[in-house]
Design a protein around this ligand. Structure first.
Ligand SMILES: *Cc1c(COP(=O)(O)O)cnc(C)c1O
Length: 375
């Protein structure tokens, strides 16, 4: 028998395709479920932090007006990047677009963390509980995720995070406001943290809900990225702009980082439809601001009502509310389902409910007021 055929036999024993071992450790991404209809009740989805107001009319028109569906999009989304550059006052070269901000995050992880040259995984550090997609992106790259529990009030424990940085840490993810717990980081806090992070560690600040923050001392990430070449800001059109289905997001960083992101970016990751809608939405900044204000007003109304009803709800700076229900989370989600509301339960931890239509919010408040474990 030749060596080749022996190999063939050995390989034949497995008799099926074999994914990389890293895949065995991936948690499934549990997408927010649609609500189940109930007799006499309009069903509402409060499980994916979507914008109940939808896109601005100009963005919807821009989608309808795209007449190049048979052409590949501009690979560098240059119209979108120049519009963003103008709006934000940054250099267009510092913006790298992605298929949602998740696409942009995947570029960052793939460029900076994986299996090291010595075969040992690089480390990516983040708070937990935080965005469900983080472990998937990190582990898929072959890197190891190191998590630091959020404090009881849902805030990042930045001191413990700084202490958890090792020689192997390549990337740190900060999520502000933190999905799903709600609080946002202050500028001073992040400045203090960055001062403790080695210069060769990439710090990603995920600001998916940046527009919803109402804090006087909120982190000014654009100032930070100008000052720190290792800082990357992550933003999206999925939340405030109501364009989740179009999958468009971006990162902002200096050349030291962006040059590498461009190499790993999936070509044509932003469609012409997504680009046109995003540009139109940016040009409707007044309308976007008004819509965000309405949602923030609703958020304050819901949180105040829950606090009044005796709930201990962490500060909420996104378009969602966190109920730290622990082992009662699945029970609560079930009872919400009976009321034709879908919320997101993380059993053992808590329930996240998005701010939705006024009627959905009213029903959610009523549910919280009357909720008893076990019905
Ligand atoms: C919703 C969300 C995103 C946005 O993802 P897209 O891919 O842009 O839709 C990113 N980060 C966090 C923390 C989120 O909650």
């Amino acid at each position: 028998m030749t060596e080749g055929s022996t190999q063939g036999l050995t390989r034949g024993v497995a008799d099926q395709v074999r994914p990389r071992p890293a895949l065995a450790s991936l948690p499934p991404y549990a997408a927010g479920r649609p609500p189940t209809p109930a007799e006499g009740l309009t069903a509402y989805k409060l499980s994916s932090n979507e914008n109940p107001l939808g896109p601005v009319p100009a963005a919807a028109r821009a989608v309808a007006d795209v007449d190049t569906l048979h052409r590949y999009p501009d690979p560098t989304a240059s119209t979108l990047r120049s519009t963003l550059a103008e709006t934000l006052g940054v250099d267009a070269e510092d913006i790298v677009t992605g298929t949602g901000s998740l696409g942009a995050l995947t570029q960052i992880i793939n460029a900076f963390a994986g299996v090291g040259d010595d075969g040992v995984p690089d480390q990516v550090l983040y708070a937990w509980r935080s965005f469900e997609a983080y472990p998937i992106v990190v582990r898929t790259a072959g890197a190891q995720d190191i998590t630091v529990p959020v404090a009881a009030d849902g805030r990042h424990d930045l001191e413990a995070m700084a202490a958890a940085i090792t020689d192997r840490t390549r990337v740190v993810l900060l999520c502000t406001p933190n999905n799903p717990t709600g609080p946002a980081l202050s500028h001073q806090e992040v400045e203090g943290f960055l001062a403790q992070v080695p210069r060769d560690v990439v710090v990603v600040i995920d600001e998916a809900y940046q527009e919803f923050i109402r804090l006087p001392d909120a982190v000014d990430t654009l100032a930070l990225y100008r000052k720190h070449p290792n800082v990357v800001v992550l933003r999206t059109f999925s939340k405030a702009h109501g364009l989740a289905t179009l999958r468009v997001g971006y990162s902002i960083a200096g050349q030291e980082i962006t040059q590498h992101l461009r190499k790993v970016a999936v070509p044509f990751g932003v469609s012409a439809v997504a680009e046109a809608a995003a540009v139109a939405s940016l040009r409707s900044s007044q309308e976007i601001a008004e819509r965000v204000d309405r949602l923030v007003d609703e958020r304050q109304r819901v949180r105040a009502a829950l606090t009044e009803a005796g709930w201990d709800v962490p500060d909420a700076q996104g378009n969602f509310i966190w109920l730290p229900l622990g082992d009662r989370s699945a029970d609560f989600a079930h009872q919400a389902g009976v009321q034709a509301l879908s919320v997101r339960a993380f059993q053992g931890d808590g329930v996240r409910a998005s701010i939705g239509e006024a009627e959905a919010n009213d029903r959610f408040i009523e549910l919280c007021r009357t909720y008893r474990f076990g019905g």
